[in-house]
Design a protein. Structure first.
Length: 75
């Protein structure tokens, strides 16, 4: 009797774990694509902002000054 009860309880626990895994996997089924899409949009937005900052007059002049000073340095 003890072995039958133990086997039945083990089957119920294993079945519950499988059901939870399936339910959890089904819940996230469509999220991967949307997360990638949002990540790409954020990366592109950051790249655009960075490009605008680097190509602005002030930053461009400062970068040119840094490069000029580095090339004019004595070795």
């Amino acid at each position: 009797m003890y072995q039958a009860v133990r086997a039945r309880l083990c089957a119920l626990v294993c079945g519950a774990r499988t059901a939870l895994r399936r339910r959890g996997a089904g819940r996230d089924a469509g999220m991967v694509t949307s997360e990638y899409a949002m990540g790409i949009v954020a990366a592109v937005a950051f790249a655009v902002v960075l490009y605008k900052v680097v190509t602005s007059g002030t930053v461009s002049a400062e970068l040119q000054g840094i490069v000029k000073r580095a090339l004019d340095a004595r070795m």
